[in-house]
Design a protein around this ligand. Structure first.
Ligand code: CO8
Length: 194
């Protein structure tokens, strides 16, 4: 990592995030970006099935119900699973900027244990953008959308092109995805609408 600037604090020359004119309206449900995504896909039985909605400005709200398959300690959510819920919600911010971005760095603070059956009320927002770097934060609250913060994340996402996935993904899944015209249309639309 030598030579890379990996700080989660935006540099002074970073700009404020700009909501894309074609971003989904506040409150609109954002469907799964990929059926077999562990965070949001309906095709993963033990996945998180995070349901994200567009928020105001460049923000996202989401909900994740902790299930038995998500335990770390008895009756409590695994920390890695909670990080996944935060990561997935942060990943959905790409819909508001209309760019495809992947997690470069994710720093998570665990403030409260989260029991099985609890609903984690998530909120993510972009704080700044600098070139391909998207600085963002997320919180997960329990007991309701205004309940206490159980988990908090600071993250840096990096904008990529569709080729990032085509060049790096396992060929079987890439070919199946490329054969789905709806999936290709969404991905390419993100690329040609700066
Ligand atoms: C479709 C959406 C799916 C969403 C699912 C939920 C989110 C996810 O879990 S995504 C999956 C997990 N993430 C990944 O797999 C990413 C793996 N990493 C990579 O592929 C590459 O390292 C990648 C694409 C992030 C950067 O590589 P590359 O395109 O060559 O960019 P590179 O030139 O190295 O870096 C660009 C800038 O980002 C910064 N950067 C790159 N990686 C990091 C990092 N890990 N931490 C901090 N900063 C970073 C660099 O410092 C550089 O900044 P600057 O221009 O100021 O020097």
């Amino acid at each position: 990592m030598s030579g890379r600037t990996t700080a989660l604090t935006p540099p002074p020359e970073a700009g404020p995030p700009v909501r894309h004119p074609d971003a989904p309206a506040p409150g609109e449900l954002i469907g799964a970006h990929y059926e077999y995504c562990f965070g949001c896909g309906g095709g993963v039985p033990h996945g998180l099935h995070v349901e994200a909605r567009a928020g105001e400005g460049v923000s996202i709200t989401a909900e994740f119900r902790v299930k038995e398959a998500h335990q770390g300690a008895p009756g409590l959510a695994h920390g890695g699973v909670l990080a996944t819920a935060l990561d997935e919600t942060l990943g959905s911010l790409g819909w508001m900027l209309r760019v495809i971005a992947v997690t470069g760095r994710l720093e998570t603070d665990y403030l409260l244990p989260v029991p099985v059956d609890a609903v984690l009320h998530l909120r993510a927002e972009v704080t700044a953008v600098h070139g391909r770097k998207i600085y963002c934060t997320a919180t997960g609250r329990i007991g309701g959308p205004e309940g206490p913060v159980a988990v908090h994340a600071e993250a840096l996402f990096i904008e990529v092109k569709v080729d990032h996935f085509i060049e790096n993904g396992r060929p079987a899944e890439i070919q199946a995805t490329l054969a789905n015209p709806d999936q290709v249309k969404v991905a390419r639309a993100f690329e040609v609408n700066p």
